[in-house]
Design a protein around this ligand. Structure first.
Ligand code: MG
Length: 392
């Protein structure tokens, strides 16, 4: 028998507002990678999956491209107004691949295992549709207004997970049927299949295959993956960096990539971002790879006025080349003026994606020197940074 063609659709069109943060949850970082990177990789790595199709939100194209850099995944299709509409777009986009089977999965479940994918594919030999489910272990209460009206018999209740697997032609027709009936609010594909009268079987889901919904879910997942990263990377390195820049005539200073209006600017060959220079030196320090001057000689005119993120990117490339990850960075800025503290959230938002770090792994602090010394007399700004990097 010819090998089955099995497509996977990953639905990532949600805005994920419950998780907080500025990014939709599927693009937030866990273990130094966006959530969706782990999800896409799980399907790409499975030997039976022959096609992977992602459905993204309108306007998320650049986020998606950045999040999946280096993964061999085809361009995404844009989702619709509801989850159901997005799934239908993904199912239709797979038609050219002529799949026998299709697995439809939430991007926000990055911990699905290869074993679960294999189980679903195996069960599709006997059923039109297969859904992984968890039996309800806790007592269930019906409380529509916050006060319990009754206890629900849990013996036949299951929590539905994804991926949900179907015979391709059957689920494609079921989605068309829902569309023809002008129904758009089904919250999973099994419900679409049920509406069309398909028999959908339940198999054992996995506790680890949970959906990341809240900011706490993201944080727990990050710690879990960082823990794995630690066991793979026992070589813990620490580095420090210090940088000073004088003021000269100007109208703003740049610190951690953020322009802060001021009566002067910082003098330097590049954009004079003392905080990024200190951080870059700290990261280079973890590798014993010299300092910024080693990699970007001030005598080289190409770095004149350069955005200092270029220097940071070089340090990141050296860490990535060693298969390292950053555990945390800690930056202290010394300045009499301007006031730095109000800009710290913007600085953390700037650094997070560059360092592949969640906000709790980035510390930025600001202090004055109580008018003592050159910094205290307002002659310039200094920055100190430490960084911890883990290497294999
Ligand atoms: Mg400097």
């Amino acid at each position: 028998m010819a090998k089955q063609r099995i497509a996977a659709v990953i639905v990532a069109a949600g805005t994920g507002s419950r998780a907080g943060g500025e990014l939709p949850k599927q693009y937030q970082l866990i273990g130094g990678r966006p959530v969706i990177w782990w999800t896409v990789k799980a399907f790409l790595d499975h030997p039976d999956i022959t096609h992977v199709q992602v459905v993204t939100g309108d306007g998320h194209e650049r986020l998606f491209a950045a999040a999946t850099q280096g993964l061999a995944v085809p361009p995404p299709v844009i989702g619709g107004g509801t989850r159901q509409d997005s799934c239908r777009s993904g199912v239709e986009a797979c038609a050219a691949h002529r799949p026998d089977l299709i697995l439809i999965h939430d991007a926000a479940r990055p911990f699905l295992s290869a074993e679960l994918i294999t189980d679903i594919i195996a069960a599709l030999a006997r059923h039109d549709g297969v859904v992984p489910g968890l039996a309800v272990a806790d007592t269930m209460k019906f409380a529509p207004h916050g006060v319990i009206e009754r206890t629900v018999d849990r013996s036949h209740l299951w929590v539905a997970q994804t991926p949900q697997g179907f015979r391709y032609d059957a689920i494609r027709r079921a989605h068309q049927r829902a569309l023809d009936d002008d129904l758009h609010q089904f919250t999973d594909d099994a419900a679409v299949a049920e509406h069309a009268g398909l028999a959908v079987a339940l198999i054992a889901g996995r506790l680890e295959n949970r959906k990341l919904t809240t900011a706490e879910d993201i944080s727990v997942a990050d710690r879990q993956l960082m823990g794995h990263g630690l066991s793979d990377r026992p070589d813990i390195r620490m580095g420090q960096g210090i940088d000073f820049h004088q003021f000269e005539a100007g109208d703003s200073v740049i610190l951690c990539g953020v322009a802060i209006p001021h009566t002067q600017k910082l003098k330097g060959h590049s954009d004079a971002d003392a905080a990024l220079h200190a951080l870059t030196d700290a990261l280079l320090g973890t590798l014993g790879e010299g300092d910024i001057g080693t990699h970007f000689p001030p005598s080289d005119p190409q770095w004149k006025g350069a955005a200092s993120a270029v220097f940071l990117a070089k340090a990141m490339a050296l860490i990535t080349a060693r298969n390292g990850i950053i555990a945390n960075v800690d930056i202290t800025i010394l300045a009499e003026a301007p006031k730095v503290a109000p800009h710290i959230p913007a600085m953390k938002a700037f650094l997070g994606p560059l360092l592949h770090l969640t906000p709790d792994r980035i510390a930025i602090k600001a202090t004055t020197t109580e008018k003592m010394g050159a910094i205290g007399r307002g002659q310039g700004i200094a920055a100190f940074a430490t960084a911890t990097v883990r290497l294999p």
